[in-house]
Design a protein around this ligand. Structure first.
Ligand code: KIV
Length: 290
């Protein structure tokens, strides 16, 4: 019997998350980009995020900047068709929430109409106007602060944020502004553990950490990182529970070897004609031209 860590049957909603925050219950979130990953993750985690990390994890880009609304809609639709019981959040990609409140609402509204329970967007004080516009339209918003991958060019790489006093204080101020603007939760990514702890204890909304130490209200890791499906150097906060890439390649190699040596397909993996018809067909078939 294999081991499955199941969350309680309760359907996860935003009021439920708020209640869990009060009860001190730890929230578990991962990403899904298609129906397979959604079906694997949904019974186990509390929140499924269709992250714009789909760009680098699945689509071969170096970062999340080329990810468009069309791409996000496509992957969200695949996940939403599985009708997850966990809270389904969709990321707003680069440039989808920067130009005007109208365009931000239209893009976020499209995600909700495709099945997202809420949207997530990166940034602090500069994005408060857009957060308010969405919350005014009844679209729940999760904020995202710290190492925000859409700011990779400004940060000069994927670097830990909030290590200097003014950066740390700005992050705390941003976190409170987002809470005031109506965010129901915040992702804190790539910041010192002490800073994430300070943010978490001073906010009423839950914080979900990724590379932000153990004191957040919950933790998120990318599905493909947890399963060892991503290649190359992973950040130190990624704990991998499977050498998935290697195991999948080994399994596929065994099948390829069976094909090459004629051991696949076996008789029980083949369909047969009814008794006698094979002989009839042999008579009808033209013989191979020489
Ligand atoms: O896009 C993403 O996967 C994310 C998580 C890592 C928080 O934003």
């Amino acid at each position: 019997m294999s081991y499955i860590s199941e969350r309680p049957v309760e359907r996860v909603t935003i009021p439920v998350l708020q209640r869990w925050r009060g009860e001190g219950r730890t929230i578990v979130m991962t990403t899904a980009y298609d129906a397979v990953s959604a079906r694997i993750a949904d019974p186990i985690v509390d929140i499924v995020l269709v992250g714009d990390s789909v760009g680098n994890v699945c689509l071969g880009f170096d970062n999340t900047l080329p990810v468009s609304m069309t791409m996000m809609n496509h992957h969200l639709e695949a996940v939403a068709r599985t009708r997850p019981h966990s809270l389904l959040i969709a990321d707003m990609p680069f440039l989808s929430f920067h130009l005007s409140p109208e365009e931000t609402i239209r893009n976020a509204g499209g995600l909700v109409q495709r099945g997202a329970d809420a949207v997530k967007l990166e940034g602090g004080a500069k994005r408060v106007e857009m957060v308010r516009a969405l919350v005014d339209c009844e679209i729940p918003v999760m904020g995202h602060l710290g190492l925000t991958p859409q700011s990779v060019n400004v940060m000069g790489g994927f670097k830990v944020q909030g290590r200097k006093a003014d950066d740390a204080l700005r992050l705390l101020d941003d976190a409170h502004r987002l809470q005031e603007a109506g965010c129901f939760a915040l992702v804190l990514e790539g910041i010192p553990a002490e800073l994430a702890a300070r943010a978490t204890e001073s906010l009423n909304i839950p914080t979900i950490g990724i590379g932000a130490g153990p004191s957040c209200s919950g933790q998120v890791l990318v599905f493909h990182d947890v399963l060892g499906l991503t290649e190359g150097n992973r950040p130190k906060f990624v704990r991998t529970y499977l050498t998935g890439f290697q195991l999948l390649q080994e399994a596929l190699s065994r099948w390829a070897d069976d094909v090459r040596k004629g051991a696949f397909p076996a008789p029980n993996e083949s369909y047969r004609l009814p008794e006698g018809l094979a002989d009839e067909i042999a008579k009808w078939a033209p013989s191979k031209s020489t």
